[in-house]
Design a protein around this ligand. Sequence first.
Ligand SMILES: C[S@@+](CC[C@H](N)C(=O)[O-])C[C@H]1O[C@@H](n2cnc3c(N)ncnc32)[C@H](O)[C@@H]1O
Length: 342
Amino acid sequence: MWRRCLSAGCRRFGLKGIWGSHAVRRCSAPALPAGRITALQAGDLWRSHFVENGVTEPDHSTHYIIAYLLGAKTIESLEQGKLTELLSREKTEQMWQLCTKRLSRMPVQYVIEEWDFRDLTLKMRSPVFIPRPETEELVELVLRDLEETGVGADEQRTCLEVGCGSGAISLSLLNSLPQLKAIAVDQSQAAVDLTRENASRLGLQDRLQVYHIDVMKDAETFLSLCSSVSALVSNPPYLFSEDMMTLDPEISRFEDHAALDGGKDGLRVIRQILTLAPQILSSPGRVYLEVDPRHPTLIRRWVEANVEEMHYVETQQDITGRPRFCILQKEKSNKDHKLDLD
Ligand SMILES: C[S@@+](CC[C@H](N)C(=O)[O-])C[C@H]1O[C@@H](n2cnc3c(N)ncnc32)[C@H](O)[C@@H]1O
């Protein structure tokens, strides 16, 4: 049974409510009980405390913490008896430590230090971005598209990910496609370290190269390391800077702002990716981007006006029907056309 999303560091969009800002009150943990209590009793006590102190997702938070404490992924997968057994003093203290972190508005994914992404369990560590469920949709889309278009199917396919965070996208693609190789880059050393750690834990490290590169500042190194890739995938920072002011405390206090802030129009890193893409992709390689619903139209227009060798293929919607994924393809240059004719 897999862990499923909480809004604490979960959905990236629906700015009102989901990213919405809440003032954080300073609050202290309830006193440790003098006698022994069960996991269910501890959970009830903490759930009420979360509600009183305005902590979002009080039920899910306590459930995931209890499951983790008792060695399971979800509370539903635990035997009922485990929940009604008295906890040892040590386990009670551990429950208090974990719940106190959640009380500080730390996302539960950082509290329990792991989370599930598709069929993988990944280590999580603040401030590395917590993968969101729509990014699972991006991975499904890439897998489907690679299958349908057969791009690079006859050769050794290489995929490049810009902004790998915990490694969720690259590792998930590698896990699904045993022949694939991947290159992943990130501007954050913490993200690079976590991606390498997750790759080793999953035994995928031999097919993944991870580099600490800022694609805005270090385009030359980036281009020298990445060429002839069949697919470039990215869930880049794409929030409009003004929306950074209205983030939930779970996000604004614990996640790297560089993972979120895409500049004034949210397109700062996206424009750089699309400018460099023709030099990185093999022909006809594709770019797959997760973006804000306001972005697809802007991206299409910008590419048509600015990047001769890229063609906007289509926009795809997420499960809630919002336009969230852009697919672009490298066009043959005039030089390639000429070679074909010769
Ligand atoms: C929204 S997070 C996505 C992380 C991961 N791919 C995922 O979906 O969970 C964006 C990532 O891009 C990285 N990033 C931001 N600006 C970058 C840049 N200029 N060069 C390379 N990586 C960058 C951030 O550090 C962050 O890890």
